[in-house]
Design a protein around this ligand. Sequence first.
Ligand code: NAP
Length: 500
Amino acid sequence: MNAPFRLDGQVLDVAIIGAGFSGLCMAIKLKESGRTNFRVFEKAADIGGTWFLNRYPGCACDVPSHLYSFSFDQNPNWSRAYSPAPEIWRYQKVTAEKHGVLPFIRCNAEVARAEYDEDAQLWRLTLASGESVAARALVAGAGILHVPFTPTIKGAESFAGKTMHTANWDDGYDLAGKRVAVIGTGASAIQLVPAIAGQVGRLDLYQRTPGWVIPRMDYDFKETSKARFARFPFLQRLLRNLIYWRAEMLAYGFTQNVKLIGKFQKLAETYLAKAVPDPALRAKLTPDFPLGCKRVLISDDYYPALQRDNVEVITDVISEIRSNGVVTADGRLREVDAILYATGFRVTDWLSHVDIRGKGGRKLIDDWKDGASAYYGVAVSGYPNMFLLLGPNTGLGHNSVVFMIEAQVRYALDCMKWLWAGAGSVEVKAEVQDAFNKDLAERMKRTVWMSGCKSWYLNADGTNSTLWPGFTVTYWWKTRAAAKRDFDVAPAVVPQKVAA
Ligand code: NAP
């Protein structure tokens, strides 16, 4: 996408970073509220965030599409329960177009720095191109799973073959007949491996920790079902609600009563026993932590793929990579043509790629060095007029983050209404944010995520700044309106022109 607008020195009402589900939702809702003086800055070449960037074979969403989509723009035409990434991306494009927000989005526009100018009560943004723009409010919708993580492995730079990360896929590379190493066995790998196992000559899967897998039970939607959803939208809403409440039930086990997880784990154990008859392979694939501690993997075709003749699950630690292959701790070299990293994202230093500076020049990266924290994941003390989407402790292990995004957009817009009414700055009170996070940390202790496994949900010190430790319906309820008593709402220093 080309730049549809120029930065001509005007002061925006809102500058939005990122055009994934978060940024799109904010743009749509701002426009719906009648406000048009906003712009969206997207680093990538097109909109869509995760669903544009992740193009590896098999990429799909493990939350059913009827729930993983905007509540205000339901799509009756989803092809299957768990739609593939390109279909989700098309949905985002069509939705953005339908709501008329594409002209407000500039792609290939990376925000490198955002600094709060206290005197002017403005955020001053500098793009990687050197251009600058000012805005009264800053919305950071950059996403949490965004910066690919590639582990440092001795000799990796000497590898002469092809190297790709799942989040940095080269569509032009032909895997047919190739010998490949896949490193990692998380949510991305379990989609990638079945999708390529039939094409490649050999697939060595390097597993450090096995995860719990439950069947996906994916299914197609027939044309008659799609027509029915289009004709009777309440049927689709009913399905969405059923999926939503089924997912919410999991939250009870994950966050309130970890013992209940045992029953669910039995299902995963039974599935593993049935799907993998070989006891040696089954032992390799059996996790030693409670289900839910790491993200639950949802797949119908992962276990079958691992039992193909051309696939080997390797649990020996990788000691080195040489120009021609991967060496494990037992000294064995397995030659490969390509190494595919399915090793996830840098999560806990989220937003570190944008230099965000708040009051007095304080840096967000410093304030968050021991773990990110915010108020309902949206507002951060010391950073007035800044609103995060999918910020700290609002990720999920059981439900749709699009639901969380919609709640956050509603909450952020509720805070912004004070600005539009003439205030100059809105900042969550430090004591309110601290009390919120104290309570959150207490609730977090009871969750399955803190039951002892190592996961990307956790910071280096073992705290969790990633997930919401409760029901999403509770989050939705608590963020339905912003309470003025929680914020310092200061008058405008310079009378603000209230733009439409
Ligand atoms: P991930 O869950 O962080 O998994 C990374 C994998 O790489 C793990 O198996 C990890 O092993 C392994 N790994 C990392 N460093 C390694 C090393 N040095 N040697 C060997 N193995 C190493 O990443 P992901 O699979 O990309 O998924 C990340 C998140 O993205 C998911 O949890 C999910 O939230 C999201 N996602 C969602 C979908 C979806 O359908 N909605 C699809 C894909 C991804 P350890 O477990 O031992 O650390």
